[in-house]
Design a protein around this ligand. Structure first.
Ligand code: ADP
Ligand code: ZN
Ligand code: ZN
Length: 818
């Protein structure tokens, strides 16, 4: 009897592929192991076994696999289930989920580019022959394709060699050339675990009588420890004991001493190196914890709605502690932007090495390591904290899922597929593991709050800030009136300037928020009105003062700032709109003495940019921080007393049914950065329309009012959470073909769903990277079966693809579009 496997290939094709294997291989292979397989004419892919069976494929003859790449499964059966759910729900192929779920290093294929890891010098004698050949080839040629390596080694099956070289740190993949964030670490020393008791220590000193230098080091360490509770640096010990690093190393090798590392900028004072004890919760936190547990008992995902600085994180910490005490794994998801060293080190204070961070900024090696530790259920990675992709870790026994800042839209992956919502996918994952699921936010999404109200989720709340710190005092300033009366200084009202001055005088810090959207500055000719456009996209280029450039934010096209208008030739080019850069500049003129920092995409792009600015602000090297959306999330600055919002209107006027909800969330979150400690914070919101309902709700903290109004609107216009939506995007470089194709497809949708289809329409930016775009929105009433609806859409797509002139038009689905 022949044997076969069905494999998942990391490509957008919907079907699984069948390959033939030998009987012995059939006995060895299990779902979740990788195999190298030939595909198409000459390609080699890393594929994942889904099923071992004996049914030959009907339509094609099964090819043989090249090679088995794993000894044990790399992906769990639970993960495979989860992937299939994602593929099905978000209308993509399971191969696409595979591709985005695992670190790239697991996916070697014939097109992958390989480089030498220049930071690592291997011992050549320890390389196997084939490894050495690759190593040597890369000394001569800096970059090689997997195919070329195939030729060099004279065999097809090179993925195992490359996997070994990756493990040994000798090669890296092209896409993986990251600038890695390495916090600055200082080396500390303490007594080894075995020598902490007095008797053991005596014994030790007795055995060391013949090694006076070593004994001197141990005694000095004791003296140092007695005189200070602070951690002791290795370098200090070396100096104080007049010894050498060699002697200290000997003691470390013997485990008499133990080294450990702490980030320089956040040293925590621990007297024995053990974990910081948990804080005891106050009555409001305890009450919330009780309600959360009620939700858990009913097996419901539970929403924790706690105002900013109410101590939600401490509640999470309690739950994590309980989870790891029962020896289960915990997943802590955060929006990318909030994933700061601040929070990580806070968790590490409590849980030490049990915390593993899974982050796109980390190198492949680090990511592979976390993957393997989670898979092996090691204590080292019992708590995984990360942005959305952390939910793809191979959890063996997940007990708790926390989704912090659950309202954040960046949990939704936009491009490429799978276009999943990490919160929702994490809930499904939690359910598969029968784990407890907690969503937390100061400003819950309308969807989640609705689910809590309808009993689909449990609910708990904390309405006060921790330590009875008052909620900030929000003042709305009408800049329309002031602009008319010419009473503005640049973009600043007198009120805002007064408050800035006062805050700075009191020694506190200021945050100024300038919304990113709609206020990117552009250049405009004051003679003819022309503004320079991107040749590839349908947008005006954005003016970057600092680099004296015009840039496209969609495709990175850029040119030097032109001296004259390209349309009429006059030199009357002026900038319009204002961004963070302008705010920074105006401020510098108004407050020449003051240190100003800026946090936006430009200043945080580079090496550790984000961390650097946050640290500088924390350490009060910066007095005023000007920034975009980036500074809203989860940051806990102790000394900020004033938050100024330069202009609330672009947020409110954004053409989207979620614009008002978003504005409420964003403004409340930014405001929440003010006055987190004793003194009551102040927030100034400048707006042309200060009587806007949302601004009132923000100023009074009226979440309930906001929710009711928004829900009413959603009911009226049939948007989520009342209906589900699927957005279909059509993409093509030919404008006419795109129009025709979109029209054809939409007609099919209308026949199936009638009035629930909106569009097709061009989006505000209707051409990106030379591709025209058109959208259609399908609203699906809550009662209607989602599976059936998707099947109908897929059927329409099939007929669509059968029309030859439309075959090149790309169709992209975005389920639960945000
Ligand atoms: P949130 O996550 O709701 O914004 P945090 O958890 O950051 O709030 O708490 C705000 C501040 O209050 C933090 O500095 C935190 O250390 C402190 N805090 C919260 N709960 C406690 C507690 N039970 N005991 C002592 N300090 C607490
Ligand atoms: Zn002009
Ligand atoms: Zn462009």
């Amino acid at each position: 009897m022949p044997y076969f496997i069905n494999v998942i290939l990391p490509i957008p094709l919907e079907k699984l592929f069948t390959y033939s294997i030998s009987e012995a291989e059939a006995g060895f292979l299990q779902p979740g192991m990788r195999v190298a397989v030939p595909f198409g004419k000459s390609k080699i892919y890393t594929a994942l076994v889904h099923e071992v069976h004996q049914k030959p494929p009907v339509i094609y003859e099964a090819k043989e696999i090249h090679q088995i790449l794993d000894e044990t499964p790399l992906v769990t059966v639970m993960q495979l289930k989860h992937w299939f759910w994602i593929a099905d729900y978000y209308m993509c192929s399971v191969g696409e989920v595979f591709r985005s779920a695992v670190p790239n290093a697991f996916l070697l294929e014939s097109e992958t580019l390989i480089l030498r890891n220049k930071n690592f010098q291997p011992d050549e004698n320890e390389l196997l022959d084939d490894e050495f050949l690759v190593f040597e080839a890369l000394e001569h040629q800096s970059i090689l394709r997997v195919q070329e390596i195939s030729a060099i080694l004279g065999k097809k099956n090179v993925l195992p060699v490359l996997n070994r070289l990756l493990d040994k740190n000798i090669i890296i993949l092209k896409e993986e050339v990251y600038e890695q964030y390495k916090p600055k670490m200082v080396r500390y020393v303490r007594m080894g675990n075995a020598y902490k008791s007095e008797e053991k220590l005596e014994e030790l000193l007795n055995t060391l009588t013949r090694a006076p230098k070593q004994s001197q080091v141990v005694l000095t360490l004791f003296q140092l420890q007695a005189s200070s509770k602070k951690p002791i640096k290795v370098s200090d010990l070396e100096v104080a004991s007049k010894s050498s690093s060699a002697i200290i190393k000997t003691l470390m090798d013997k485990a008499v001493l133990e080294e450990y590392f702490i980030q320089t900028d956040r040293v925590v004072y621990q007297d024995d190196g053990a974990n910081e004890s948990l804080k005891s919760l106050n009555e409001y936190q305890l009450a919330a914890l009780k309600d959360i547990k009620l939700g858990f008992e009913k097996n419901l995902p539970t929403l924790l709605h706690g105002v900013t600085s109410s101590g939600k994180t401490e509640v999470y910490v309690k739950l994590i502690e309980e989870c790891i005490r029962s020896n289960k794994q915990a997943l802590y998801l955060l929006p990318e932007i909030a994933l700061t060293t601040q929070l990580i080190s806070r968790l590490q204070e409590y849980f030490g090495e049990k915390v593993a961070v899974y982050h796109s900024k980390y190198s492949v090696q680090e990511r592979v390591e976390v993957w393997n530790n989670v898979l092996a259920n090691k204590a080292k990675a019992q708590i995984v904290i990360g942005a959305r992709s952390a939910l793809f870790m191979p959890f063996a026994d997940l007990g708790l899922v926390i989704v912090d800042e659950e309202h954040e839209s960046s949990f939704k992956q936009y491009d490429p597929a799978p276009r999943y919502h990490a919160r929702d996918a994490a809930i499904v994952l939690g359910k598969l593991h029968k784990a407890k699921i907690l969503l937390g936010s100061a400003t819950p999404s309308v969807e989640s709050y609705y689910n809590a109200q309808t009993g689909k989720y449990g609910y708990a709340s904390i309405l006060r800030r921790f330590g009875d710190v008052q909620m900030p005092d929000v003042e709305l300033v009408d800049i329309k009136e002031l602009t008319r009366k010419k009473r503005m200084k640049g973009h600043f009202s007198e009120r805002l300037l007064e408050e800035i001055t006062e805050t700075l005088e009191s020694g506190a810090q200021v945050i100024l928020f300038q919304n990113r959207r709609g206020y990117a500055p552009i250049m405009e000719c004051t003679t003819c009105g022309h503004s320079p456009q991107c040749p590839n996209c349908d947008v005006s280029l954005t003016y970057h003062q600092h680099k004296k450039q015009l840039r496209c934010h969609y495709c990175s096209y850029n040119i030097a700032v032109p001296l004259a208008c390209e349309a009429c030739g006059s030199s009357t080019l002026d900038t319009k709109g204002f961004g963070t850069e302008q705010v920074e500049q105006e401020l510098q003129t108004l407050f020449p003495e003051v240190k100003i920092g800026r946090m936006d995409l430009d200043t945080t792009r580079g090496k550790y940019g984000y961390e650097k600015i946050i640290t500088a602000f924390e350490q009060q090297e910066i007095d005023i921080l000007v920034g975009t959306q980036m500074l809203t999330k989860g940051l806990d600055f102790r000394n900020v007393n004033l938050v100024g919002i330069m202009n609330a209107d672009t947020l409110l006027n954004f053409p989207d049914f979620r614009a008002h909800e978003r504005s409420y969330q964003l403004l409340t979150q930014v405001s929440g950065r003010a006055g987190r400690t004793k003194k009551r914070g102040k927030v100034i919101i400048q707006s042309y329309n200060p009587y806007h309902q949302i601004l009132k709700q923000v100023s009074t903290g009226d979440y309930e009012g906001m929710f009711k109004e928004q829900l009413y609107e959603r009911q009226q216009y049939k948007y989520p959470p009342i209906n589900r939506i699927i957005k279909v995007t059509f993409k093509h470089k030919d404008y006419n073909k795109l129009n025709e194709a979109a029209e054809w497809f939409t007609q099919g949708l209308r026949n199936a769903f009638g009035i629930h289809v909106l569009g097709p329409e061009f989006p505000p930016v209707s051409r990106i990277r030379n591709q025209y775009l058109k959208h259609v929105l399908i609203k699906i009433p809550n009662g209607q079966a989602l599976g059936k609806t998707k099947n109908s859409i897929k059927r329409i797509e099939k007929s669509f693809n059968a029309i030859s002139q439309y075959a090149s038009v790309r169709v992209i689905y975005n389920v639960d579009y945000i």
